[in-house]
Design a protein around this ligand. Structure first.
Ligand SMILES: [Zn+2]
Length: 188
């Protein structure tokens, strides 16, 4: 199914690079389960890969929307942004391999993929793997924040409104129902 191969940290294929990096919502660091692993403080990782749950989601989206454009798709951040705190940076260390836990999926209504609609379906599905979703100047987090209930949309005021793609981050734990490498089907 998914391409799960390891890449050298210097090997960031153009079609995998996140085109416009999200601002990392710093308030999410308040969650003790959300502490970045040791790699986040700049430790050099030799290799990286994408969380298997995100590869599974991308496979499902590719199957549901054949021929979709991938202009604004991306997983890993470029060298100008990573190392950094974004989930597009391979900050989670899995045995010394950096795991990317954020992914962007391109808005392509001509092929039926309305990014806001897919984001909304994911939000309503409340999948335990979701950390947060950003779409059309809104962000929804798995936990209650800023007086908003869990999974409620909140305003997301960034220079990148996320109209050309939606962003999804998965949680930093590896296994179990909410694990970043858990490959059960997503609700899309
Ligand atoms: Zn993103």
């Amino acid at each position: 199914m998914s391409d799960e191969k390891l890449r050298s940290i210097d090997d960031r294929p153009a079609d995998e690079i996140a085109k416009t990096l999200d601002e990392y919502p710093s308030d999410l660091h308040n969650d003790p389960d959300d502490m970045p692993s040791a790699a986040a403080d700049g430790a050099a990782l030799a290799a990286w890969r994408v969380a298997k749950s995100l590869l599974r989601l991308r496979d499902q989206i590719n199957a549901k929307f054949p021929g979709r454009k991938k202009d604004s798709d991306g997983t890993i951040g470029d060298t100008a942004h990573c190392p950094g705190t974004s989930d597009h940076c391979p900050n989670i260390s899995d045995g010394g391999v950096g795991v990317v836990t954020g992914m962007d999926i391109t808005h392509d209504p001509a092929h039926g993929l309305v990014s806001g609609d897919v984001a909304e379906k994911l939000r309503l599905g409340r999948d335990p793997r979701i950390k947060y979703i950003i779409s059309n100047s809104r962000i929804a987090n798995f936990q209650a924040l800023d007086g908003h209930p869990a999974f409620a949309w909140r305003p997301y005021n960034s220079q990148n409104p996320h109209e050309k793609h939606f962003h999804i981050s998965v949680k930093p734990g590896k296994t179990g129902p909410g694990g970043y490498d858990t490959t059960t089907d997503w609700n899309i």
